[in-house]
Design a protein around this ligand. Structure first.
Ligand SMILES: *[C@@H]1O[C@H](CO)[C@@H](O)[C@H](O)[C@H]1NC(C)=O
Ligand SMILES: *[C@@H]1O[C@H](CO)[C@@H](O)[C@H](O)[C@H]1NC(C)=O
Length: 372
């Protein structure tokens, strides 16, 4: 699915005089620059930050794909573009006015604990949506099957309310009746050849039971001994023998109930799914951006050191903007030196490690995010 907007998220040391350059020079000054507010988190040891960096990178990806998956589900179930709303706001507003929810996630908690609370909540919701989607798909296919039985053409539909008992030879030791749905264009083939398809077909026994726009349904009487051979021959002629049909009042009643039940269940599971998926979209997207906020903070400290002195901005690109890749290049040209500087100042091993675990690794803190 195409994104509705994309952002570059960039965090730079305050000393780099970055803001003016971003606003005036990046992408010819055409991209909106939106401040992304970061709070102060409880930093543990450097070691723990490195571990968290790895975990945050994974979670960032995981929650991003969870959000996309939910959008896919919503669009496939509603067949329209879903409204994307986060805590009552349009999603892009939520992102552009992001602030840490301090009443939900207290900032005096260690980073590790915050990560695990946010992640567990989001992953539980994600699992709930998947289970609900599975349930809906089962209910839907049961309904589709019941609908085919009730409303399909004569080659597939249930024949219980079409065929009457008196149209069957029901209690003969030797004779039987077969039902054949004959496609419209093969009716004359059928009429010319059914009597001689096997031995012992009762001449002129073919009787029309029903017709629809595709098929005519016939009964043919013949000797039981030739039934199988007749059915095989009918299939070779591309007629559709309805061998699944056995006359029964009970089946007839169940079938009517089945249609009503599966239809009601399809609609109930669909509404449940839609309600859950909308909540999950909102909550998982919010969780995703809380994880991003921690990730940007942790990566900024790992690259720029302590005390934390950096500014984070969103560079916004709408869905038609092709300049994202070019802007990314411009940013790397302008601020790539930060990588070298940090490399000298900090522990070289740390950097090698970070570039191994973080597939988005850039010389400074730079992420691309697509909002689908
Ligand atoms: C913060 O989280 C609480 C609890 O989930 C929620 O009710 C509230 O709307 C959130 N506030 C903001 C500004 O996101
Ligand atoms: C409705 O569908 C769900 C999911 O397929 C299934 O578990 C449940 O038994 C169904 N209920 C009825 C009444 O058919």
């Amino acid at each position: 699915m195409d994104p509705i907007a994309s952002y570059l998220i960039v965090s730079l040391p305050q000393s780099a005089d970055s803001r003016g350059w971003l606003e005036q020079s990046l992408n010819g000054g055409k991209s909106p620059i939106i401040p992304f507010k970061l709070d102060e988190f409880q930093i543990g040891t450097l070691d723990s930050l490195v571990q968290e960096s790895e975990e945050l990178s994974k979670l960032d990806q995981q929650l991003g794909s969870s959000v996309s998956k939910i959008v896919d589900i919503l669009s496939s179930v509603t067949e329209t573009s879903p409204t994307r709303s986060v805590l009552g706001k349009p999603v892009l507003n939520y992102i552009e006015s992001f602030s840490w929810n301090t009443s939900k996630y207290r900032l005096d908690k260690p980073i590790k604990q915050l990560i695990s609370v946010i992640a567990n909540e989001a992953i539980t919701l994600d699992n709930d949506v998947r289970a609900s989607y599975q349930g809906y798909q089962t209910a839907k296919s049961n309904y589709v099957a019941a609908d085919r039985k009730k409303n399909g053409d004569l080659s597939i539909k249930s024949l219980h309310d079409i065929v009457k008992p008196e149209q069957f030879v029901l209690d003969s030791d030797h004779l039987t009746t077969v039902l054949i749905a004959v496609p419209k264009n093969l009716i004359s083939d059928f009429q010319h050849s059914y009597e001689t398809l096997t031995d012992f077909v009762i001449p002129r026994s073919a009787t029309v039971v029903a017709t629809d726009s595709e098929y005519t349904l016939y009964t043919v009487a013949l000797f039981k001994k030739y039934q199988q051979e007749f059915i095989t021959g009918a299939r070779e002629h591309k007629w559709h023998p309805r061998t699944d049909f056995v006359y029964s009042e009970e089946v007839l009643n169940n079938l009517r109930k089945e249609f009503d039940l599966t239809r009601a269940n399809e609609s109930k599971t669909k509404n449940d799914l839609l309600r859950l998926a909308k909540t999950a979209y909102s909550d998982i997207l919010a969780a995703w951006f809380h994880i991003k906020a921690i990730r940007i903070y942790v990566e900024s400290i790992l690259r720029y050191g302590l005390p934390p002195k950096f500014d984070c901005s969103l560079v916004k690109f709408d869905k038609t903007n092709k300049n994202l890749a070019k802007s990314k290049k411009e940013l790397i040209e302008k601020f790539g030196y930060l990588g070298g500087e940090a490399f000298d100042k900090n522990n070289a091993n740390l950097h090698e490690y970070a570039s191994l675990v973080d597939t988005d690794y850039e010389p400074f803190v730079l992420y691309e995010v697509d909002i689908v």
